[in-house]
Design a protein around this ligand. Structure first.
Ligand SMILES: Cc1cc2nc3c(=O)[nH]c(=O)nc-3n(C[C@H](O)[C@H](O)[C@H](O)COP(=O)(O)O)c2cc1C
Length: 323
């Protein structure tokens, strides 16, 4: 099979420009290892920095070369979790959602690459200025947490234009080879996918959540802070999250001040319905690319399929002719 070599594949010493998003409670060691063994880079989701969970999942990654990701604002009260990750000599530490600067020196001293996920051009410039080795440009189509800010198709080239030699990776709404081919055309050096890997066999999510990803479409997703308000914990501004819409979002999105007045009742109702496994209530984080996911597959197959589809798109003249 041909390969797509980019600045990203060379820097990370990987075969394919496909990264697994560090999804907390979902991108465990087994999935990260499967993505790496398939030629991409698996990144274990360290989430808010639960040490026991992190050590377990890094153990499950075995000897595979993987990265580790954290939710930056959520580890502010336990910065030592970064040292715990660095002891394992990961390929990279991936920081999203908050001020990464307190961690830069330690990561660099350990000889580990720093990946910063950003949502605006200004954040990208700051991250590059403070030493980020790779920038993830996350558009608001993305599943899970992010910002109501920019769409992937304009954010990626805008950051590429300001990034110099630093590889830029596109994230948000990319779920197949068409997205990878498009990202490369925008000047990205690769893609980071989360939602597509939610339907991987190795993902930590329960089967009913994976089934919801397979059946949902992008029209059903919405970016809202109501998900975190009813489920808890709440995230600091400006972060919100995209998931398949639920009853509480239908009732309260756009009316968050009134929700705050009723929060206790809504939280109790959410907790109750969650216990029953009610999928009309449960938060299933998903990006707009969820339409493109049709089955639960091994993570390695997702990497191989995405790359072969992209190569076909880039070399086949079926979609256009040069005349
Ligand atoms: C279920 C889920 C959980 C996520 N958790 C995290 C996380 O813990 N840390 C993080 O940096 N990003 C997280 N993200 C966002 C991803 O890093 C990435 O930006 C996003 O998945 C890309 O868009 P896509 O879902 O359309 O592929 C999560 C995304 C999903 C879908």
């Amino acid at each position: 099979m041909s390969r797509l070599e980019t600045r990203l594949t060379k820097l990370l010493d990987i075969e394919h420009p496909v990264l697994l998003a560090p999804m907390g409670n979902n991108s465990g060691g087994a999935m990260a290892s499967a993505v790496t063994e398939a030629g991409g880079l698996g990144i274990v989701g360290g989430g808010a920095g639960n040490r026991e969970q992190l050590e377990t999942e890094l153990g499950r990654a075995g000897n595979s070369r993987v990265g580790v990701g954290f939710i930056t604002w959520a580890i502010a009260d336990k910065p030592e979790i970064v040292s715990v990750a660095l002891e394992r000599q990961p390929v990279a530490v991936f920081l999203s959602f908050g001020d990464h600067t307190p961690y830069v020196d330690e990561i660099k001293r350990a000889g580990v690459l720093l990946i910063c996920q950003v949502q605006t051009v200004e954040q990208a410039i700051t991250a590059i200025g403070s030493g980020a080795d790779i920038i993830i440009a996350q558009g608001q189509e993305a599943g899970g947490h992010g910002m109501t800010a920019r769409g992937t198709i304009s954010l990626v080239p805008a950051i590429v234009d300001r990034a110099g030699e630093v590889p830029v990776v596109a994230a948000g709404g990319i779920a197949d080879g068409r997205g990878l081919a498009a990202a490369l055309m925008l000047g990205a050096s690769g893609v980071l996918m989360g939602t597509r890997f939610c339907a991987a066999e190795e993902a930590l999510w329960q089967p009913d959540m994976k089934a919801r990803i397979v059946e949902a479409n992008g029209d059903e997703t919405i970016r809202s802070s109501v998900f975190d308000m009813v489920r808890g914990p709440e995230w600091p501004a400006p972060y919100d999250g995209r998931a398949v819409s639920i009853d509480a979002v239908e009732r309260w999105h756009g009316n968050e001040l009134a929700l705050r007045e009723n929060l206790e009742v809504e939280r109790a109702a959410y907790a109750e319905a969650d216990k029953r496994g009610d999928m009309g209530t449960k938060v299933v984080w998903a990006g707009e690319g969820v339409d493109l996911i049709h089955e639960v597959q091994p993570a390695g197959d997702i990497v191989a399929q995405t790359v072969s589809e992209a190569i076909a798109m880039l070399t086949d003249e079926k979609t256009y002719s040069l005349v």
